[in-house]
Design a protein around this ligand. Structure first.
Ligand code: 5BU
Length: 257
């Protein structure tokens, strides 16, 4: 596997280039899912864990006390600690509607989120709609090719379609949410949620694989870890542990290429 640094030169997508370089400089291929419902908790965790991560993943609509200053603060922290913001919005409607959901409404996602993701169920119009808003702002889109949850309908034929759609729109799409490496295009970045220190599941269908399985075996690029970090007695220590485990695995993967 090529190093992230080399891959930065193999894509024309400006945000993918920047993200690859950041991962290499920061030596981090860890993304943290900060699924908390109070803005102060979100910002405190972002400030503490920020130095360890390349991407901070949010679900902005779970905050009970959202005010527009949250996104201003998130941007400030992203700049301070050098990470990118990924709003896990999972757009899933026709192009016109998603462009409004992306740009307008209370959250004004396009103003602050470097990355968003979309289901491919509606067809390529969803990508066109998001691209109209996001591309002029230098944003990037991840396609949901595979989900981590039990019984997900994202089988291999579906994932293949996501890869084909990504190739058609590689000026805006820079990768996938998937459970394994799907594309041989070195510019495409694979993000994998459902990662924990031990394999297992939660009570509501989430399934977990290990960092080792995700990166060494399944060759993905970035692991997304949520509750195993946010619910730890010391979230910073947990983030450090995941960061070094993930980086070590990707170094091994790069060395054996
Ligand atoms: P967890 O606490 O590590 O289970 O959190 C996983 C996060 O990743 C959570 O925010 C989910 O919404 C998100 N996620 C996922 O778990 N599985 C998927 O297939 C996708 C997103 Br897409």
């Amino acid at each position: 596997m090529l190093s992230f640094f080399k891959r930065a030169n193999l894509t024309l997508h400006p945000l993918a280039q920047k993200l690859f370089k950041l991962m290499e400089q920061k030596q981090s291929n860890l993304s943290v899912a900060l699924d908390v419902t109070k803005k102060q908790a979100l910002l405190d965790l972002a400030d503490r864990i920020g130095p360890e991560i390349c991407v901070l993943k949010t679900h902005i609509d779970i905050l009970e006390d959202y005010t527009p200053d949250v996104s201003v603060e998130l941007k400030r922290l992203a700049h301070k600690h050098q990470f990118y913001l990924f709003e896990d919005r999972k757009f899933a409607d026709i192009g016109n509607t998603v462009s409004l959901q992306y740009e307008k409404g209370i959250y004004r996602i396009a103003e602050w989120a470097d990355l968003v993701n979309a289901h491919i169920v509606p067809g390529p119009g969803i990508i066109e709609g998001l691209k109209q808003v996001g591309k002029p702002l230098g944003r990037g889109l991840l396609l949901l090719a595979e989900m981590s949850s039990a019984g997900a309908l994202t089988d291999s034929a579906y994932a293949k379609k996501a890869v084909a759609m990504a190739e058609e729109h590689s000026d805006f799409v820079l990768g996938f949410i998937s459970q394994r490496k799907l594309s041989d295009n070195p510019g495409m970045i694979h993000f994998t949620p459902g990662v924990k220190m031990h394999e297992g599941k939660d009570a509501l269908g989430q399934r977990y694989i290990t960092v080792e399985e995700a990166i060494c075996q399944r060759k993905t690029d970035v692991v997304i870890v949520g509750r195993d970090i946010t619910g730890a007695s010391d979230p910073l220590a947990a983030a450090k542990m995941y960061r070094s485990a993930a980086w070590e695995c990707s170094n091994k993967a790069h060395a054996f290429s």
